[in-house]
Write a protein that binds this ligand. Structure first.
Ligand code: TYD
Length: 144
């Protein structure tokens, strides 16, 4: 898996009345939830995202439909398909992400650890790679 990312299985209660999934901060997700947003009405040909964050944690859940998420650290990239309301993709700091192949009626729910601050976006892929190499190198230095 790409560094600072993880697929998280969410608890689900299903019975003859239907299904329910609940998410609690610091339990189901490893951070305080400060912001919630959702992305919907996205055309099939659209590709969006194209950024990373230096200090933001997020959990992406495709509550309806399906979407492909490209995630990339300083070394590798991988595409994860989100197509279940009971599976979340955790994305921590210094991970580049792109979202594409939205199916019709896809709703991508995002829980975030901080309020929206436009200046915390890195939208230049070249700068992301340089910063990510430094960041993960420093992280490695702490591992004995
Ligand atoms: P953006 O993050 O650029 O979308 P994506 O990365 O999925 O392509 O956000 C699109 C617009 O929405 C942009 O003008 C900023 C605004 N926005 C907010 O005001 N608050 C938020 O929490 C988010 C995520 C976006």
């Amino acid at each position: 898996m790409i560094k600072n990312t993880e697929l998280i299985d969410l608890p689900c209660w299903s019975d003859s009345y239907g299904s329910l999934t609940a998410i609690e901060e610091l339990d189901t997700v490893p951070f305080d939830i400060k912001r919630i947003y959702y992305i919907f009405d996205v055309g099939a040909q659209v590709r969006r995202g194209f950024h990373s964050h230096q200090d933001l944690e997020q959990l992406l859940i495709c509550v309806s439909g399906s979407v492909d998420i490209l995630i990339e650290d300083d070394e590798r990239s991988e595409t994860v398909t989100l197509d279940s309301p009971t599976r979340g993709l955790y994305i921590g700091p210094m991970v580049w992400r792109e979202m594409f192949s939205f199916s019709e009626n896809t709703v991508l729910l995002v829980l975030a650890s901080k309020h929206y601050i436009d200046t915390e976006y890195e939208r230049n892929h070249g700068i992301f790679l340089v910063s990510a190499r430094e960041y993960y190198q420093q992280q490695g230095e702490y591992i004995i």
